[in-house]
Design a protein around this ligand. Structure first.
Ligand SMILES: [Zn+2]
Length: 582
């Protein structure tokens, strides 16, 4: 027996077996059941989504010996003849090769005869948009007054090319692209039934490459089977499809999240040597990182991911290594690199640079882990065996007058000593302190209040370069579109910050995020941290050297990958404060 291609063998023979077009199936079944079948249909949709299959099923429903009925029996002589393309009542015409007016005239002659032995004459014209203008005009006359026994079903992949006059006389159905998960499900059934050994991930690649077309999916599977036999290794699928195997995407994302640029470059090199199309690879990689982001963001990602459950699990496992903000930034870097990769004469280098950038980006995150380390350090701080003795470069800092709005994150902490003590003795203390908005340490108290609520958000505040505390509001200034800007704008964070602002400065206070461009505005006089740093007096070299020797400082430098920029002394007992820069 000759080999019947899968697309033909597995063509749906009832409406219930059609995949991904449930709405259309139901409507057509109802139309037959209630005897409200139109005289002309337009089936629009991309290739391989079931248009001609639906047309044939409808023809069988109408002409079935037991019919008309909403599903054909597929056993009577009428059903069999239609199935095998030898029915005298059902004509399939290829619009692409019968485009002339003469063809349509012949059709019109033909229409006069009554169906025999069936009940309706059904004309299925595929790719109807290919008909010539005169052919359409000839057809129009028939459509205006169709004989009772005639039904036209036009199928087209380009509905916009079908004249309005024709369209307006048809009942139109738009066939959807078939969701990837449904194609995959169907492929799995087929593989099982046919006795093929193919892993789900390989079938998933086929379903993806088919891009919504069941027929394409089946043809690809045919190709793969004729190349490999019935046992198909994953790599063979990737090779035939000309796509990089999924393992490469996982390797690269693993390397990016593990901050290993070297491993990224190695994986990319293999992709190149395997001869994969780099444009396709880039697009698939963007999709892969986007998928990682989705599984991290959504409780039920299957609604947007259109992939098998096993794959989603795999994504989840890997996605756990990073926070949603990390992944969003990675996707964003990839998207921004499009120009550098797709339109470059050196796409490989564009890709390499992008991957290295991504791998390095990961080093800044995740914030919560850094904060954990900070908390660990602070906890250890109380029982530090030897507080370093750093010689003062100048007179001891005046305890009673802290410098206004110095940068809190840089540990050149201007807080009055009593506050320092309070923190060292009882770091968990959370009661907010109400102070006037124009108090010299207003910003610091605000940040501390926020910290007592959520350390993560306080850390964000410490990253802010410019801020302002006014009678009415605490304002931070960030560049539009940056990570910080987005974070402060998020509903939850803003609510927390507003609450802290009220706790510190009274009920009338608000929290505002302002775009940096408003800086030149004379009304806004945000205080810049930068100036403070620049005006700080340089440390004596000996102070730096001594600080470098201190064990606690060493640990801090290690955790933050920092260097000592400045050493300041606060009182005789409170020890050192180093500027660290990561
Ligand atoms: Zn039948």
């Amino acid at each position: 027996m000759s080999y019947l291609v899968l697309a033909r063998k597995w063509r749906p023979r009832t409406f219930d077996k059609m995949v991904g077009q449930e709405f259309i199936s139901r409507t057509l079944k109802n139309a037959v059941q209630t005897d409200h079948v139109a005289h002309a249909f337009l089936f629009a949709g991309s290739r391989g989504v079931g248009k001609t299959s639906a047309a044939r099923i409808l023809a069988k429903c109408l002409n079935c010996d037991e019919g008309p009925k909403p599903e054909p029996c597929n056993e009577c002589s009428s059903c069999m003849e239609i199935e095998e393309g030898r029915s005298l009542d059902v004509y399939e015409i290829d619009g692409a090769s019968n485009t002339s007016v003469d063809d349509i005239r012949e059709l019109r002659e033909n229409i006069k005869y009554l169906p025999r032995p069936g009940k309706r004459r059904v004309y299925i014209i595929d790719e109807v948009h290919m008909l010539s203008k005169s052919a359409f005009n000839a057809l129009l006359k028939t459509l205006e007054e169709p004989p009772e026994h005639v039904i036209f079903i036009f199928a087209t992949t380009e509905a916009h090319k079908v004249p309005e006059t024709i369209q307006s006389r048809c009942q139109r159905f738009d066939f959807r692209r078939i969701p990837r998960a449904k194609i995959l499900e169907r492929l799995q059934d087929m593989a099982k039934e046919e006795g093929y050994e193919i892993e789900e991930r390989a079938l998933s690649s086929v379903a993806k490459a088919a891009d919504g077309s069941m027929r394409d999916a089946q043809s690809l599977l045919d190709q793969i089977i004729s190349y490999c036999g019935t046992s198909v290794p994953d790599e063979a699928v990737a090779e035939i499809l000309g796509i990089a195997g999924r393992e490469y995407f996982y390797r690269i994302s693993e390397a990016v999240l593990g901050q290993d640029p070297g491993a990224c470059i190695e994986a990319l090199d293999e992709v190149y040597r395997s001869g994969y199309d780099i444009n396709q690879f880039y697009q698939d990689l963007v999709e892969h990182f986007r998928n990682l982001l989705m599984v991290r963001l959504l409780p039920d990602p299957s609604s947007v991911l259109d992939m098998a459950d096993g794959e989603i699990e795999e994504l989840k496992n890997q996605g756990e290594q990073a926070g949603p903000e990390d992944l969003r930034r990675l996707v964003s870097i990839l998207l921004k690199a499009e120009e550098d990769i797709l339109r470059s004469s050196l796409p490989r280098m564009g890709m390499e640079v992008t991957l290295i950038k991504m791998a390095h980006l990961g080093r800044l995150e995740p914030l919560d882990r850094i904060l954990e380390k900070v908390a660990g350090l602070e906890g250890a701080g109380g029982s530090r065996p030897q507080a370093p003795r750093v010689p003062s470069p100048g007179p001891p800092a005046k305890k009673s007058r802290p410098r206004q709005t110095a940068a809190p994150s840089r540990s050149s902490d201007p807080r009055p000593p009593q506050e320092e003590d309070r923190r060292a003795d009882a770091p968990e203390q959370t009661s907010p302190r109400r102070i006037p908005w124009n108090a010299p340490d207003a910003w610091q108290v605000f940040v501390d209040t926020v910290r007592s609520e959520r350390a993560m958000t306080a850390a964000l505040l410490e990253d802010v370069e410019q801020w302002e505390v006014t009678e009415k509001a605490v304002k931070v200034f960030c560049e539009d579109g940056t990570f910080l800007f987005d974070q402060f704008r998020s509903k939850e964070t803003k609510a927390l910050l507003s609450k802290s602002a009220r706790d510190c400065f009274g009920e009338a206070q608000r929290f505002e995020v302002c775009k940096t461009k408003g800086l030149n505005d004379s009304k806004a006089k945000p205080q810049a941290k930068k100036e403070q740093v620049e005006t700080a007096p340089p440390s004596a070299p000996s102070a730096v050297a001594e600080a470098e020797e201190d064990q606690a400082v060493k640990t801090a430098l290690e955790v933050f990958h920092g260097t000592i920029k400045d050493v300041k002394l606060f009182g005789s007992e409170s020890g050192e404060n180093e500027e660290t820069e990561s």
